[in-house]
Write a protein of this length. Structure first.
Lengths: 384, 491
């Protein structure tokens, strides 16, 4: 009798999981997550930056730098000021693919390079770094760009030459740089009060993207340009520019803009600290109310990840426009809903929160939408 | 038992991060701290949450941003897709659960202002803001000294300490200073900044470091148009003063040709923005706008151009020195049109340079120093006694701003997020020496602003009602709801 009941249950499960012909096309949902906090060896729970680098994850915190080994899923090394880290608060990380050098933006401490176990340090009194408050760092060929609170600096690691970009030589209405990103020959700066600036490495020319209505208090039309001049991040992938801001998000495919707000999309909140784009169709947003991923830009299909504040569980809500397609309950996903930074690789996602790091493991990840059954609630959290 | 398991698990989970619970016999707020029932309820709520929860607080919601009249609204004939700043920002991070530290000997509050004579790229050249910064420091210092005389931080009976730094160094140094405040000095809140560029740099850092910045001297409207839940301001801004000046010039005086001369720095650029836009929206576009570099002595080029367009009225936006020199040179050229200027002209320096030309000059002003408010009279007396000088706008607002911070620290305890919450959710206007200070949804001073007129050898301060200045219609609905209410309102 017991055996028969088990068989019936399995059959029902199999039916539920089988993709029915004509089943709805849905995005991939991350259900397997790992979390890292000080209990796991991080120097601080307040995470400002994360960078996936092959088998390694670099983590910049409010009180030091940490390295996680992906294979063992353990924090294997921590650097604080005692260990030579020039300043405790690490707000940005990038890795030079050619040399493996790790470049760190330090919040009030300038720019540092971790190379061969040694830290080198540049600041506004010993270099061409325009300001020590560094919000973003990006490696572009032999150059390293730093987005600082008083302009952008570019350091040529071969010649040692520094170039400073401010309102004097770039179309910066304001000089308060927030984010920098390099890909496919273009550097994009997200500038607080000056929208997004694009620098073409080949031609050395600048192009600016501003809010067309020019007003702080409104967004006149949703899809007329970036939604606000106060921007926090800009990524360029597959010829598409993705933009985050404290007022919502935007996407530009070279011909058309599209704005995203909490009121018209799956974006968990309009307050977005940063973003990371995986492709022209998929981008991840670091909001103050959870992690928002637009998984298919064309159909405005999102997955919003949040943790339950009162329990050790989380959920993912799949939406198209504002229609909920699916709610997937799961074990703990994010250590906290206040998201500060994100990185992605081909499969996984790494999330810096105000109280720990999350690693979403994309087993069976697929891009875009696929016909699949709605997911059953399951807890695939691995014990730490 | 099964039902108890999740509860036990949650208890274990939150145990290490549990907020510090005061002993049972300790009152919620120390005796001697004025607090109403609304604030006590906020305190109960923010004290009860763990690091993963966001307290249910009554957030401010408004139907009109900055009480903007319908005919001053941007793109007035079009329904915007989204309107910002109508709902108060909440802080959603884990900071409320950080326990109050035990090893504190003083309660540090940061002060950042232009108090030293340095050169700043942000201010467009040599800074003329030191006199304002010094006054601001004096006002803040007086508030600290008075709080310490009453017992300091009353939960522990330890003194408040003002950590003072300069904000007009080179290369956006205000950012570095806020980093030092947050991570080295470990201040509990920050007061300061006058220059708009330095202010923006400072609040971006404060947002990341999660510490309140109370601004008491920067009237740049964009300061609070940033959606940062950690920033607030207790002084009326250039948007409000600009609206009043345009109402005066056009609605009351019916001037048709408005000329603008302004500093080329951020203060000048953003200060005139609402005047220029509002005048255009009323069908009286500004006929000329001339900018000058700070520190010039000769304004003949700008004055030549202004003379050519034969204006009815001339508006200046910049520092006191430039206002006075430009006024003198205008009058010497025979341009005797009414001269309106920004609040910085209400100063000894302006009167010294302008001399008799000051008569009749009108300035927008963020408060009423002629008020019969007894708090103001008492403050003046104490200020004179302490500094042997008169308090000005910057001193008075810094005094108010610092007292607001001290009050919030007394109520909330030593927790930056809770200090923010207590200020951000205060339901009653702050009873300041500069008048009542009600916060808007963006935590800006939504109180009344004034016109200062130099008459009979002294500045007199007039409210809108005093001068009978008409007010534009402020619709009781969001702009995004346009067309859903009475169509007559658009007439």
């Amino acid at each position: 009798m017991r055996h028969a009941a088990s068989c019936l249950l399995l059959l029902a499960l199999a039916c539920a999981l089988a993709a029915e012909p004509g089943a709805e096309k849905l995005p991939y949902v991350y259900t397997k997550w790992k979390q890292f906090t000080v209990k796991d060896g991080l120097p601080d729970d307040h995470i400002f930056a994360v960078k996936s680098d092959g088998d390694r994850i670099w983590v910049g915190t409010e009180n030091g730098l940490a390295l996680i080994d992906k294979k063992t899923a353990r924090v294997v090394k921590v650097w604080t000021e005692k260990d030579g880290l020039p300043w405790r608060v690490v707000t940005a990380i990038d890795v030079d693919p050619k040399t493996g050098d790790v470049w760190l933006g330090l919040f009030g401490g300038g720019l540092a390079r971790l190379s061969g176990g040694r830290f080198d340090h540049w600041h506004q009194l010993n270099s061409g770094l325009v300001n020590d408050v560094v919000y973003g760092v990006a490696v572009e060929n032999d150059n390293v760009w730093a987005a600082t609170t008083a302009g952008a600096s570019r350091f040529n690691t071969v010649t040692g030459e520094w170039t400073i970009f401010t309102e004097k030589n770039a179309p910066m209405e304001e000089i308060w740089n927030y984010g920098v990103h390099y890909r496919d020959g273009k550097v994009h700066l997200a500038v607080w009060g000056s929208g997004v600036l694009e620098y073409d490495v080949k031609t050395n020319r600048w192009k600016d993207y501003l809010d067309p209505d020019g007003e702080m208090e409104i967004d006149l039309y949703r899809d007329d340009g970036i939604i606000h001049v106060i921007t926090t991040g800009a990524n360029y992938v597959d010829g598409v520019i993705w933009v985050s801001s404290y007022f919502g998000a935007a996407r530009y495919d070279g011909r058309n803009w599209r704005g995203f707000y909490n009121m018209d999309s799956g974006l968990p909140s309009d307050f977005n600290n940063n973003l990371r784009a995986r492709s022209g169709r998929e981008a991840w947003f670091a909001s103050d109310k959870g992690l928002g991923a637009i998984m298919d830009a064309e159909t405005n299909t999102w997955v919003a990840y949040t943790r339950d504040p009162k329990s050790d569980t989380g959920k993912a809500v799949v939406t198209r426009d504002k229609t909920v397609l699916e709610t997937v309950e799961m074990g703990l996903n994010l250590p906290h809903n206040f998201i500060i930074a994100i990185d992605v690789d081909d499969r996984d996602v790494f999330v810096a929160t105000a109280k720990g790091l999350a690693w979403g493991i994309g087993e069976g990840y697929y891009s875009g939408l696929r016909e699949r059954p709605r997911m059953l609630a399951e807890n695939r959290r691995e014990d730490k | 038992m099964r039902r108890l398991l999740p509860l036990l698990a949650a208890t274990v989970l939150f145990a290490s991060d549990a907020p510090r619970k005061p002993p049972a016999n300790e009152p919620l707020v120390p005796p001697g701290v004025e607090v109403d029932e609304d604030t006590l309820e906020v305190l109960r709520r923010i004290n009860s949450v763990g690091p993963y929860e966001v307290p249910d607080l009554r957030l401010r919601r408004e139907t009109s941003y900055a009480k903007t009249p319908i005919d001053y609204e941007p793109y007035g004939k079009i329904k915007p897709y989204k309107e910002h700043f109508l709902e108060q920002m909440q802080y959603n991070g884990p900071g409320r659960a950080i326990p109050e530290p035990e090893d504190v000997k003083t309660v540090k509050i940061g002060f950042i202002g232009p108090i030293m004579s340095t050169v700043s790229i942000a201010t467009g050249g040599a800074s003329h803001e030191e006199p304002m910064g010094i006054k601001m420091l004096q006002g803040a210092r007086l508030a600290i000294e008075e709080a310490n005389a009453k017992g300091g931080y009353l939960r522990r009976r330890i003194p408040f300490e003002l950590v003072v730094t300069n904000d007009n160094g080179l290369w956006g140094s205000s950012g570095n200073e806020i980093v030092n405040f947050a991570y080295k000095d470990k201040v509990w809140a920050i007061l300061g900044t006058i220059d708009g560029a330095n202010s923006h740099i400072a609040i971006r850092v404060a947002l990341k470091a999660e510490v309140v910045v109370m601004n008491t001297g920067d009237t740049d409207p964009t300061y609070i148009e940033t959606n940062i839940p950690w920033t607030m301001r207790c002084i009326g801004d250039d948007r409000q003063m600009g609206y009043l000046m345009v109402d005066y010039m056009i609605r009351k005086m019916d001037y048709r040709r408005i000329a603008i001369i302004r500093a080329s720095n951020r203060y000048g650029r953003f200060g005139v923005r609402e005047i220029r836009d509002s005048a255009r929206r009323l069908g009286r576009p500004v006929v000329i706008e001339m900018a000058y570099k700070l520190g010039q002595d000769d304004y003949s080029l700008q004055i030549d151009r202004i003379a050519e367009v034969k204006p009815d009225v001339i508006v200046h936006w910049g520092d006191a020195r430039e206002a006075a020199i430009i006024l003198k040179q205008l009058r010497e050229r025979g341009l005797n049109q009414p001269f309106l200027t920004s609040d910085r002209a209400v100063s000894k320096e302006f009167l010294q340079i302008a001399g008799p030309h000051a008569e009749g000059v009108i300035a927008g002003f963020p408060w009423n120093p002629d008020s019969s408010n007894p708090r103001l009279a008492e403050f003046r007396e104490r200020f004179r006694k302490r500094f042997n000088d008169e308090p000005d706008t910057y001193a008075a607002h810094a005094y108010d701003g610092m007292n607001m911070l001290i009050w919030a620290i007394q109520v909330a305890g030593l927790n930056r997020a809770k200090i923010r919450d207590i200020l951000a959710t205060r339901s009653k206007p702050w009873p300041g020496v500069t008048g009542d200070i009600p916060f808007s949804a963006v935590l800006d001073d939504a109180g009344e602003v004034y016109l200062a007129k130099f008459e009979g050898g002294r500045w007199r301060y007039y409210s809108r009602e005093d001068l009978g200045i008409p007010r534009g219609y402020v619709p009781p609905r969001e702009r995004t709801a346009r067309g859903l209410l009475n169509p007559a309102e658009t007439k």
